[in-house]
Design a binder for this molecule. Structure first.
Ligand code: HEM
Length: 410
């Protein structure tokens, strides 16, 4: 095994080698050491599709940071444990970090309510995309991240939750600050802003829940309050934390799917031409974007027993991380994996994880992205990069694959 292979914290845009050519490093890992123990974070990094999928789909594995060996600082750093004021019990409050039996207890009613809303929201999402584009008519150009990819998921989740549009700017600022919950390398300043935003948003949700108890509305907050009041075993803080969790897990990721996807199309004119000639390719195209440039780069599990993965022994309580970008380009799984092909026959990918923790917002993210690409290229058929010779700046948030700014002309 080569000693110069990267560790987990080298796989972030803070490392220029990774920032400039991530797939060179990821391919080396996959080829030379597909199950690599990174001593610094005490984590096994899985870069092959079959190993990553097997671990993510194994519902007997753990996720809660209290289960991991103490050396696995990576899990500890994202620890959000706090006492539940209703019960005094100390445990994770968001499903992302919960294990059974609490994970199903909280996820099942939340998923039931969110899937029901996602199934009906297509016209509303299409209207939000259309309004966002209306505001850009008559301009020469704009920053596609700031004025299209970022506002759409915020407006959509705001509408589903039932947050007034008047509070949209505040909601966006909170959403951008709380994402650092998932950043194990956050700075003290980011931590301070994150904590302030969590407090502000929590206070806002306390008010919204009280309001919906008095005056029910047609929104997700009302759904959750009603489910609890009808007997679903949820505490108020679990409802609030998990509604905020939808912003943390869903906003930036969906913005990045849209931003990365537009950039891929504008830099692959033959693929864009295929899509423009046949807009019905959109659903498969979104899956190919998720495979080729997944917005979330990693997700983890903890061994609940001594086990073997890809021929390597892993002991109970040890941490494993699936490198989703590497797995989604595995040549053992995909033909010509480094080719972005909007007409690729859709097959499984790991952009939404898998098993018990598979992304709860996947149906919604797909509807948003499909509406965004369909309407954007129809409305602005001359859409092009403002500076085609420059690579747009990447965001520096570790383990999220996104563009900071994407200037386009219309
Ligand atoms: C393109 C957009 C998105 C991507 C790439 C993405 C990716 C992911 C990934 C990789 C996971 C971890 C799965 C695992 O460990 O197996 C996850 C979990 C989750 N996602 Fe998403 N997500 C997206 C959009 C959304 C949206 C729109 C929402 C909410 C409306 C959302 C809410 C969640 C939640 C709550 C979890 C935790 C589920 C659990 O642990 O049971 N995500 N997502």
């Amino acid at each position: 095994m080569s000693d110069d292979l990267p560790g987990l914290f080298n796989l972030t845009p803070l490392n220029p080698e990774f920032r400039d050519d991530p797939h060179k490093l990821l391919a080396r890992l996959r080829e030379e050491c597909p199950v690599r123990r990174d001593e610094m974070t005490a984590t096994f990094m899985l870069s092959r599709f079959k190993d990553a999928r097997a671990v993510l789909n194994d519902r007997t594995l753990w996720r809660g940071p209290d289960r991991v060996e103490p050396r696995a600082t990576f899990h500890r750093l994202v620890d959000t444990y706090e006492p539940d004021p209703d019960t005094g019990e100390r445990r994770a409050s968001t499903i992302l970090l919960m294990d059974e039996p609490h994970h199903s207890r909280v996820r099942t009613p939340l998923a039931q309510a969110l899937y029901a809303r996602a199934a009906k929201c297509k016209p509303q999402v299409e209207a939000i995309v259309a309004e966002t584009l209306n505001a850009l008519e008559g301009r020469d150009g704009f920053d596609l991240m700031d004025e299209f990819a970022i506002p759409i998921p915020i407006d959509v989740i705001g509408a589903i939750l039932g947050v007034e549009r008047a509070r949209r700017d505040e909601f966006r600022a909170w959403s951008e600050a709380v994402i650092h919950v998932l950043n194990p390398l956050r700075t003290p300043e980011q931590t301070t802003r994150m904590e302030a935003a969590r407090e502000a948003i929590d206070a806002h949700f306390v008010g919204l829940m009280e309001d919906r108890r008095r005056t029910p509305r047609n929104d997700l907050i009302t759904d959750m309050v009603r489910l609890k009041d009808e007997g679903a075993p949820l505490s108020d803080i679990e409802i609030r934390r998990n509604l905020v969790g939808l912003l943390v897990a869903g906003n930036l990721t969906t913005s990045d799917l849209i931003g990365n996807g537009v950039y891929l199309l504008l830099t692959n004119p033959a693929e864009l031409a295929k899509f423009e000639a046949d807009p019905s390719l959109v659903n498969g195209m979104v899956e190919e974007m998720l495979r080729f440039a997944p917005p979330t780069e990693i997700t983890g599990r903890i061994a609940s027993r001594d086990m073997e993965i890809g021929g390597c022994p892993v002991k109970q309580t040890q941490s494993m991380v699936a490198l989703l970008r590497a797995a989604n380009r595995d040549p053992e799984q995909y033909e010509d994996p480094d080719h972005f092909d909007v007409a690729r026959k859709p097959g499984p990918h790991l952009a939404f994880g898998g098993g018990a923790h598979i992304c709860i917002g996947a149906p919604l993210a797909r509807i948003e992205a499909q509406a965004a690409f369909t309407q954007l290229f129809h409305r602005f058929p001359k859409l092009r990069l403002a500076r085609p010779d420059e690579t747009p700046p990447k965001r520096t948030l570790p383990f999220f694959n996104g563009i900071e700014r994407l200037d386009v002309l219309i």
